[in-house]
Structure formats: C-alpha cells, structure tokens
Design a protein around this ligand. Structure first.
Ligand code: VGL
Ligand code: ZN
Length: 233
C-alpha cells in the first residue's frame, strides 16, 4: 500500500480519498462477490470439514445485498478423483503424491458430484447469485482455483465471464482460506482484477502452516486483506 497524500495505489487500483478516510469500501456495478465452496463437505459433519467453517455463512449472507454481482463456486469431483487418497493403494489423507502437474495433497473423498456432501450449505442465502462455477470435475486434475485448474493451464471460463461482463474488482469469501480461496485470489490478481479477500468471511484448513503461507503468497500477489465490516452497500 503506497500512501501519497490522499490517494492509495493498491495493485494498480486507486482508492478514492472518501474510501480511504471513511475506511469503507462500496462495491460498484463492476464488482463481484465470489463465494467459494461453501458446501456441506467443508463444514462440520462433512467429509473434509474446515474448523468453524459454518461461521462464514451468516457473514456472507449479510454481505450479499451490498453486491450487484455474485458468483458461487462448487468443488465438484468425480468418484475416485486424483485428489482423493483412496484412489491410491498406499496413500492416506493429507499425504502428498507427485502428479504430472506437480505435488498434489491427497484428501479424504469429498464433494463428489451430485451428492448431498457436495451441495451448497442450506443456510447460504444468495438468491441473487448469477452464476455457479463447478471445478475439479476432470478426473486427473484438481482445481483449487476458480480460474485455472491445477495444471495451471486449463481455464474454467470464469475469467471470460467476469471480463465480458465488465467486472474489474472481485471480493472473495468462503472455504478454505488457504486452498481454494488463496489460489482463486492469486489467479484473479494475476488475471488483472483488483482482489479483496474478506478475512472474517473465510476459514482455513491450516495444514502444516498453510494458512500463514497462503496469506504471504496472497499479499505478494497484491491481494488486499479486508474485514467484512469495511464493506458498505
Ligand atoms: C478445497 C481441499 C480440497 C477447498 C477443495 O475448497 O479449499 N480444499 N478441495
Ligand atoms: Zn477438492
């Protein structure tokens, strides 16, 4: 954050003096809230529960009316997906393996297409959401990011959707901070969007220090860390 008089330059985007002084952000018609993987699998009772994961739901529901544009993502794996430990003879969940595209963390079976585990959390109340992006549906490629799959080459189409609709700023919320939120945030920044991650609208897995590493990588990529209290309609 470079402060020069009354204007701050954040990753190329100028915040107006009003936004700076009032310490608030007002999403405009060129902003979108991206709600990442708030699915039964990632909350307590699911197959890959994130501690306190359900706490993001009321925060996101409260934020939603401030946004003209809302996109939802769903982790959406095939049975026997390459990211499941159970797909390998000798692997246990949270170990890693080497795949064509690099090191892959192996997870418990989770978010299998069409199951109740993969459904959005019931209490999520986003009637105005325009698009649901599903990802991780290629058997041999994982996809934490909502923009590019783990081979870092295969696009999901989300960048085209947002750019074609004139979206320039994205606000991220959901699960998990250190995996799908972080990868989505970094890809969004690299794709030229102004990116805000709403910290209290996210929860992390924190596997071997992954949460601190993710914030570090997001900050280096120019992602802006904010709290939901900064957002006003
Ligand atoms: C996620 C691990 C595996 C996530 C998805 O949504 O953060 N994490 N699949
Ligand atoms: Zn997954």
């Amino acid at each position: 954050l470079l402060l020069s008089g009354t204007t701050a330059i954040v990753a190329g985007a100028a915040l107006t003096p009003r936004q700076l002084l009032a310490d608030t952000l007002s999403p405009d018609t060129n902003s979108a809230l991206i709600v990442i993987d708030v699915q039964n699998c990632f909350v307590p009772g699911g197959t890959l529960p994130v501690a306190d994961g359900k706490a993001v739901v009321p925060v996101i529901n409260h934020l939603a009316p401030a946004f003209d544009n809302i996109v939802i993502t769903q982790d959406w794996h095939t049975p026997e997906h390459a990211s499941f430990a159970s797909s390998y003879d000798t692997k246990k969940p949270f170990e890693t393996t080497e795949l064509d595209y690099g090191t892959q963390v192996l997870w418990p079976d989770h978010c299998v297409q069409g199951t109740d585990d993969a459904a959005l959390v019931d209490e999520l109340d986003l009637p105005t959401a325009e698009l649901i992006v599903r990802k991780g549906y290629h058997q041999h490629i994982d996809s934490y990011s909502a923009f590019f799959e783990a081979d870092r080459k295969t696009p999901t189409g989300l960048q085209g959707y947002l750019k074609e609709r004139g979206i320039t700023s994205v606000y991220l919320a959901g699960l998990a901070t250190d995996f799908c939120v972080a990868w989505t945030a970094i890809d969004a920044a690299e794709s030229g969007f102004t990116v805000y991650v709403i910290e209290d609208a996210c929860r992390g897995i924190d596997l071997n220090g992954s949460l601190a590493k993710a914030w570090d990588a997001m900050t280096k990529a120019g992602v802006i860390r904010i709290q939901s209290s900064s957002i006003t309609a």
